[in-house]
Design a protein around this ligand. Structure first.
Ligand code: SF4
Ligand code: SF4
Length: 385
């Protein structure tokens, strides 16, 4: 089991090239992973069309730095992503442009992927899923370089290297996964299956943790300076290091818990093999967790199959703030169980149908979807803390 994570402190995106080269060097250098003529696919985290200063997506300076490092070896480079929303060339273009990926590849040999073909991959070892649709560039690569962003996440509490692989599933197939796996633990188990399946390529993960997101991530939270770039051949180890920095325990993050149980990573943060700068000097004790993280069902170890009304009192749910809503309907289109309808130009949620995947919150362009907790929920949490 590889528990090695390279870690370099980095004060700003102006130093991205230095930090990327340094984390690669600490793992043995780029030549250890890439040979001349290889097909390298770089997979950033482009959850939706967001400008780099919103800290929701991989910063273009990190992408450019990784491209420059791979170019030195003479490999071909494709940048590929299946963002939240539809998977077609027009939508990809708007996301690449909005996230400033277009300028990141300018003047380099890398190309942005517009080929929207995908194949169903059989994964017999999967615990939760045994058949996964995956976009073609990923399947045809000699090496995948994944560029996760260090952020919180309303549904999974944390999103990083393992969750970044969810963007290898084409467009609306992601919504189907949410619909089929509406229980958070099952969804996280699928993410671990997916990473193991894609990792056959293999995957080298380099995390953009210079400015991350705290609060109601992955898109509606607040920027938080963290000041780190990390890399690993084991995305679980990388996520464990990131969670140590933002002060999550293993038990609080279902993908990590699942990976530990499957023996894919060490069972303690102290057992990670960190090379480079001191991780302990980066720990942020007051890193703000998403509202949905404080889940009474989880704290009281109650099953999510309880009566729906009880569940809605005990857990968090999405709620629209109409004063901030522009009526674009994006939340309605992305909602896996079709729980949202537009009434007089504003979205209305059918609470009985809602599976609390928070896709609406993730893809709302105006941060108009808030995470709501009942008064009882808030009082109980105060009492339990
Ligand atoms: S996505 Fe956001 S802005 Fe658009 S309709 Fe839904 S809540 Fe309103
Ligand atoms: S309303 Fe939002 S949280 Fe509920 S199922 Fe739809 S997208 Fe998911």
């Amino acid at each position: 089991m590889n528990n090695t994570v390279s870690l370099v402190k980095c004060k700003s995106y102006d130093e991205a090239q230095y930090a990327v080269d340094a984390v690669l060097e600490l793992l043995g250098g780029i030549n250890r992973f890439v040979k001349k003529g290889d097909k390298v696919v770089i997979k950033p985290n482009l959850v939706s069309k967001k400008s780099p200063d919103e800290a929701a997506t991989t910063h273009p300076a990190i992408l450019k730095a990784v491209i420059r490092a791979v170019e030195r070896v003479g490999a071909s480079i494709v940048v590929a992503e299946s963002p939240g929303g539809p998977y077609n060339a027009g939508y990809l273009k708007s996301v690449y442009t909005g996230c400033d990926m277009v300028s990141a590849v300018e003047g380099t040999s890398a190309v942005l992927n517009y080929d929207t073909k995908f194949r169903d991959v059989s994964y017999k070892d999967g615990k939760t899923v045994k058949n996964i649709p995956i976009i073609e560039p990923i399947l045809d690569a000699d090496l995948i370089i994944s560029l996760p962003k260090l952020k919180t996440h309303a549904m999974t509490s944390y999103t990083g290297a393992v969750k970044n692989m969810f963007g290898t599933i084409p467009g609306t197939h992601k919504a189907e996964m949410h619909f089929r796996l509406d229980d958070r633990r099952a969804f996280c188990s699928m993410l671990v299956d997916l990473y193991s399946c894609v990792n056959k390529v293999p995957v080298l993960s380099i995390m953009d943790g210079i400015v991350g997101m705290e609060g109601d991530g992955p898109t509606a939270g607040k920027n938080r300076f963290i000041g780190v770039v990390m890399a690993s051949l084991n995305a679980h180890a990388l996520d464990m290091a990131a969670c140590k920095i933002i002060d999550y325990t293993i038990d609080e993050v279902d993908t990590l818990k699942e990976a530990v149980e499957r023996g894919l990573v060490c069972d303690s943060m102290e057992k990670l093999d960190i090379v480079g700068d001191d991780i302990n000097s980066l720990i942020i004790r007051d890193f703000v967790k998403p509202q949905s993280h404080f889940n009474l069902l989880k704290l009281l170890s109650l099953p999510e199959s309880l009566n729906k009304r009880v569940v809605s009192i005990l857990s968090s749910r999405p709620k629209m703030k109409y004063s901030e809503c522009i009526g674009c309907g994006e939340c309605m289109r992305c909602c896996p169980p079709k729980a949202i309808t537009m009434v007089k130009g504003k979205p209305v949620i059918d609470r009985d149908k809602c599976i609390k995947c928070f896709c609406c919150q993730e893809l709302c362009p105006k941060k108009a979807v808030k995470i709501h907790r009942s008064v009882f929920n808030r009082l109980m949490l105060k009492f339990l803390k």
